[in-house]
Ligand binder design. Structure first.
Ligand SMILES: NC(=O)c1ccc[n+]([C@@H]2O[C@H](COP(=O)([O-])OP(=O)(O)OC[C@H]3O[C@@H](n4cnc5c(N)ncnc54)[C@H](OP(=O)(O)O)[C@@H]3O)[C@@H](O)[C@H]2O)c1
Length: 287
């Protein structure tokens, strides 16, 4: 079988898996670049290669002959940026022409949300690599919002009255699939992918209560309270900072942007949180 023109990373995960299933449903041949082939989804037209981002030799071999790659950002770790840079360099060396990278809304060297800084530096590395690129700067996943509530139904964090325009994973996957279908048409473009509305966490709590029947409330913490309430997890400092800065980014207004990028790319409105939580509206089951 000839090497597919499109490769997808992260296919064992939520977002990459969704995109891979969409490409397969369209009859598009694809190469799934995964760390563990045994966990790769079995899809018509898909072949599988084993390569972690930091394994430059494996990435180069896997991507030879591939023209376009969906690079789903790696799991958060202190050395994620090194993994990203290694992958980008190996993709360029393999002759990849276009990288579609899943970044984060407001990616910047001084972004409040610490993970958004990694995304900025990754974007910069991709720009410098002289490949075509498209950046999909995703807001927080709307699918992730229910998990903000603790066992007691309280969302705790220093988000003040800030707003977040969280975006549904299915919307990101649909947008990514459109871009992969015609990368040249999106070359050099950055899309801020957001939901249709910017909600305070009070409003999020109200929607979660309405959708689940379980009472969810929001308790705004101070930053000091946020660090104290998370100390119980004994997590490394960089991770706690990321958790807390999710909320301070909301407080700072950095996640409040609402765009029409989902609509522009997919031709339909972005999914609201209430619609996402309504089971009858799920178009494709979660991975
Ligand atoms: N916008 C948001 O709210 C938000 C929330 C969470 C995460 N994210 C970011 O968005 C990415 C995709 O989200 P998701 O929900 O699809 O995450 P996910 O379900 O955890 O999937 C991550 C995927 O990336 C693969 N991966 C992770 N590190 C890798 C590495 N170093 N080399 C190669 N593959 C690697 C994983 O492979 P394995 O199965 O082998 O682990 C998995 O397939 C995440 O990785 C994270 O960077 C964004």
């Amino acid at each position: 079988m000839p090497t597919p023109e499109i490769a997808v990373t992260g296919a064992t995960g939520q977002l990459g898996g969704r995109v891979a299933r969409r490409l397969a449903a369209r009859g598009t041949a694809q190469l799934l670049v995964v760390r563990d082939p045994a966990r790769a989804p079995e899809l018509p037209g898909a072949t599988v290669a084993r390569a972690g981002f930091a394994d430059a030799a494996a990435v180069r071999t896997a991507l030879r002959g591939v023209r376009t790659v969906l690079m789903v950002s790696a799991s958060e770790s202190p050395d994620r940026l090194r993994h990203h840079r290694a992958f980008v360099d190996a993709a360029a060396a393999a002759g990849v022409e276009h990288l579609v990278y899943t970044s984060f809304l407001g990616a910047a060297a001084d972004a409040t949300f610490t993970h958004a800084r990694d995304h900025w530096h990754t974007e910069e590395h991709i720009r410098a690599a002289k490949m075509g690129f498209t950046f999909l700067r995703d807001n927080l996943y709307a699918d992730f919002l229910p998990a903000l509530a603790g066992d007691d139904g309280v969302i705790r964090g220093p988000a003040g009255r800030g707003r977040v325009a969280a975006v549904a994973l299915d919307d990101i996957a649909d947008a990514a699939t459109v871009v992969l279908g015609d990368p040249a048409a999106h070359d050099g473009r950055t899309y801020d992918l957001t939901g249709p509305e910017a909600l305070t966490l009070d409003e999020v709590a109200g929607i979660l209560t309405g959708a689940t029947g379980r009472t969810v409330t929001y308790h705004p913490e101070t930053v000091a309270e946020a660090y104290r309430s998370r100390a119980v997890h004994q997590a490394p400092g960089w991770l706690v900072e990321a958790w807390v800065s999710t909320y301070t980014a909301i407080a700072a207004g950095e996640l409040a942007t609402v765009t029409d990028a989902v609509t522009t790319l997919t031709g339909r409105p972005a999914t609201s949180l209430a619609a996402l939580l309504a089971p009858e509206n799920r178009r494709i089951p979660p991975a």
